[in-house]
Design a protein around this ligand. Structure first.
Ligand code: AMP
Length: 546
């Protein structure tokens, strides 16, 4: 017997319909490429999203055709999320920090029909446009009078001129909720990139889950700043979760330096922000010397790579901002875990609470996790045993676009497919997961594993350290030994012996790095994470001290 409830497909268009009707006057504020600040609200955004849908129909685009973007976080990008997905096409957000050849490769692989881009990326588009074989329409996200006459891109249109004549009404089509809504290529460092293809159903379920109090916990009283880019796993789903709860949205556009982000937080009374540690590192480096404080910020989600304890301390102790440590991946839409305390932890001393906050957190309803050994056997949740982390759930990838890379899942005895995250982790009896490493970054010394994250976190706790990366170097006796590569704060002195002495008592003696290498910068990948593959290439001639 079936239940007798109304059967409505979960479609992303319902999010914007809801926001327009119930939170029409909630603001969306964007710093633009043009340099000014644009503001309107959900009601105005919904109208323009419908104009986008009409304009796409006008181009003759078919159902499920891919519409690509090369754009910063901003209101026009948001309109595309809903206009493209809502009308049954797939919004393909391209990471502009990738190499142009990779951008062209991705566009051809996705078979993008349209590319919409910010003026910042005109030089990139000029480089790739001859190679992008499937794109028929090139649209610059600008006013009609800002369209360059000499772009070298035949038929280039202005976004504003393109949508201006379109009607503001549009009946969002109702279709199977498993239809693709958006896609994102992984920032994988080896082989060709592979795409996660998110469905309407997975996006809406993820948006619901993200809004829960122990997850993102956002509400109609929040002013939310996604610093995490809309081209990095849909800004962790915030463009979907914010309309679901009616939160004010604040978009930083291209201005991602510490000063600009801080000023935007203050100007728009942001209560809630989200970004990778490197972004917050830049902001704290701007704030600390000038002794600046926040007047509105209450919480910040930090994820994408491990959040150093020093950063959690700085936010909480110096600025009164709660850090929500989060873990996920492109293949997971992206949220898997978020770290919030349980009731029983509230009585613990602050230092004990901090040990929990450093973990990547507990699973969100909808995500199931386990750790396994090489034979695929499940390992205990004792907070010590580490193994390969596997996940399953309705917003977790079943296969890559076009079946790239074959079947990625690992099957259990019941035939259920689990996605291997490539992370090595522990799970404690309360279900808190802690990543020790990416499996390819694990350092094995004398048969024992050393967590590069632990070693980096200690270095990051030193006041003179801006960034630290721990990598394993070949060693004749121990197989590998860790070294730590460090960027120092300008104008602060720090010597090798000083940093090595700083490790004493903070970790087991044999885990202390054998050497410190000072560098001006650590290479970052397209999503702001440390690129250890590149760092290893740079240190190819490095020899461990004897
Ligand atoms: P991406 O798909 O590019 O977002 O990368 C996902 C990977 O980033 C994960 O598999 C982890 O290795 C890493 N990651 C994400 N969040 C965290 C975190 N909070 N701590 C440690 N690693 C993380």
């Amino acid at each position: 017997m079936l239940g007798l409830m109304q059967n409505q497909p979960l479609l992303t268009s319902s999010l914007i319909d809801f926001a327009e009707r119930h939170h029409g006057d909630a603001e969306i504020v964007s710093r633009r490429v043009e340099g000014d600040v644009h503001r309107y609200n959900y009601a105005a955004m919904a109208k323009r999203a419908r104009q986008v849908a009409n304009a796409l129909d006008g181009l003759g685009l078919a159902f499920s055709d891919r519409v690509a973007t090369l754009a910063w976080n901003g209101y026009r990008h948001m309109e595309l999320y809903f206009g493209v997905g809502g009308s049954g096409r797939v919004v393909h957000t391209i990471n502009p920090r990738l190499h142009p050849d990779q951008v062209a490769w991705i566009m051809n692989h996705a078979e993008d029909q349209v590319l919409l881009f910010d003026a910042t990326f005109l030089p990139l588009v000029q480089k790739v446009h001859a190679q992008a074989k499937t794109v028929k329409h090139w649209i610059l996200l600008c006013e009609a009078d800002k369209l360059p006459s000499d772009s070298g891109i035949p038929g280039l249109m202005s976004y504003e001129a393109w949508i201006a004549p379109q009607a503001t009404d549009y009946d969002w089509p109702q279709f199977d909720e498993n239809t693709a809504a958006s896609m994102c290529y992984t920032s994988g460092t080896t082989g060709n990139p592979k795409a996660a293809l998110y469905s309407h159903r997975s996006s809406v379920l993820h948006a619901y889950a993200a809004a829960l109090p122990d997850v993102m916990g956002i509400s109609a009283r929040d002013s939310v700043l996604p610093v995490v880019p809309m081209f990095h796993v849909n800004a962790w789903g915030l463009p979907y979760s914010c309309p679901l709860v009616g939160a004010k949205l604040v978009f930083p556009g291209p201005a991602l330096d510490g000063k600009s982000v801080y000023e935007l937080i203050e100007a728009e009374q942001v209560t809630y922000a989200a970004g990778v540690p490197t972004v917050w590192q830049m902001m704290l480096s701007h704030m600390q010397p000038a002794n600046l404080k926040f007047s509105s910020l209450k919480r910040t989600v930090i994820g994408g790579s491990a959040c150093p304890p020093a950063m959690i301390h700085a936010f909480q102790d110096d600025y009164g901002v709660e850090v929500l440590h989060a873990w996920g991946m492109t293949e997971m839409s992206p949220l898997g875990t978020l770290c919030t305390l349980k009731n029983k932890h509230l009585k613990l001393p602050k230092e004990e609470q901090m040990k929990i906050r450093l973990k990547q957190g507990r699973a969100i309803y909808g995500v199931d996790m386990k750790i396994v050994n090489d034979a695929g056997e499940e390992l205990p949740w004792d907070g010590k045993t580490y193994g390969d982390l596997l996940v399953r759930g309705p917003w977790i990838l079943a296969e890559y676009f076009k079946g790239e890379g074959g079947d990625p899942l690992r099957y259990d005895a019941k035939g259920r497919g689990w996605f291997p995250t490539g992370d090595v982790a522990t799970l404690d009896p309360d279900g808190f997961m802690q990543i020790t490493d990416r499996s390819k970054d694990v350092i094995k010394s004398g048969g024992e594993w050393i967590s590069s994250i632990d070693i980096e976190n200690i270095a990051m706790g030193h006041p003179a350290v801006v960034m630290a990366a721990c990598i394993g170097m070949p060693h004749p006796k121990w197989d590998e030994r860790p070294i730590v590569v460090v960027v120092k704060k300008p104008n602060m002195a720090l010597s090798k012996p000083e940093l090595l002495a700083f490790y004493q008592g903070k970790t087991a003696k044999w885990q202390i790095p054998d050497d410190v290498v000072f560098v001006d910068a650590i290479p970052l990948g397209a999503t702001g994470k440390m690129l250890k593959t590149k760092l290893r290439e740079q240190l190819v001639d490095y020899q461990l001290p004897v």
